[in-house]
Design a protein around this ligand. Structure first.
Ligand SMILES: CC(=O)[C@@H](O)[C@H](O)COP(=O)(O)O
Ligand SMILES: NCC(=O)COP(=O)(O)O
Length: 245
């Protein structure tokens, strides 16, 4: 089974636009779980423009599924994660003012940094996933650094998906994803995926990478929920993941 972790960042963006507490992020997280989400993902950024550090602390006792905290491992981020002790931390190489995540780690160039950070989280009993491009040659170094999982950065996949679909063909980039996933599975790394996944492209991705353990989805899911309602939307995403199971 592939788990659906709902990234609630964009609900916080909406709340922050007006001040106050609408929508209530804690209630949103609980409702996502009630509607079928298998996990809750947050990605606090240094400017706290969406999820704030205090939200993450407040969410901890309320999340009853899997709590996944994503972010760049700055000192503040590491301290936050160690105090919350989520089930999973996902390390992302975002510079402080990134609008959104736009690349995975160069695990070879950052090997010793990643090894130290991952060691700190593992010592606290937290599963570690690292954000990776579809580059098979970066997988071995992820394992050496101590990661348990990789999260495939699916932004480029999402971009290519529409072109390939209209041309009725399999696309080259998909092979890079499949090869990266194969390389990871072969050395015992589990596989997550995320970024720009949506109701159009999710099923096809799962069909080609059936060993997916988890996807984290936020932006498109929140947009769909505006039209379809949150409960219905979560169920629709889960249905896309049922293929090949
Ligand atoms: C790592 C990743 O792809 C997501 O966390 C994504 O970056 C969501 O962050 P934003 O909601 O800030 O776009
Ligand atoms: N790790 C990816 C994530 O949490 C959500 O990304 P997106 O669906 O908001 O692009």
């Amino acid at each position: 089974m592939t788990k659906l972790s709902v990234n609630i960042n964009k609900f916080a963006t909406l709340r922050n636009a007006r001040g106050g507490n609408l929508p209530d992020i804690l209630k949103v997280a609980q409702d996502c779980e009630r509607f079928g989400a298998d996990g809750i993902t947050v990605h606090p950024r240094p400017d706290e423009r969406h999820i704030r550090y205090q939200d993450v602390l407040d969410l901890k006792p309320l999340v009853t599924t899997e709590f996944n905290i994503e972010g760049y491992p700055s000192k503040d981020f590491i301290d936050l994660v160690l105090s919350v002790k989520p089930e999973q931390v996902t390390l992302v190489p975002d510079p402080p003012h990134a609008i959104t995540s736009n690349t995975g780690w160069d695990t070879i160039a950052n090997q010793s940094f990643l090894q130290e950070v991952i060691g700190t989280f593992k010592a606290a009993g937290i599963r570690v996933s690292i954000f990776l491009n579809a580059e098979p040659d970066k997988v071995e170094a992820a394992k050496t650094a101590g990661a348990d999982r990789i999260e495939l950065y699916t932004g480029p996949y999402a971009e290519e998906f529409n072109n390939a679909r209209t041309q009725q063909q399999n696309f080259q980039l998909l092979n890079d994803y499949k090869n990266t996933a194969r390389a990871a599975t072969a050395i015992g790394l589990d596989i997550n995926a995320g970024h720009d996944l949506n109701l159009d492209n999710l099923r096809f991705f799962k069909l080609h990478i059936p060993q997916l353990k988890e996807v984290s989805i936020g932006h498109a899911l929140v947009c769909d929920a505006l039209y379809l309602g949150l409960e219905n939307t979560i169920q629709l995403y889960k249905r896309q993941l049922k293929v090949a199971e």
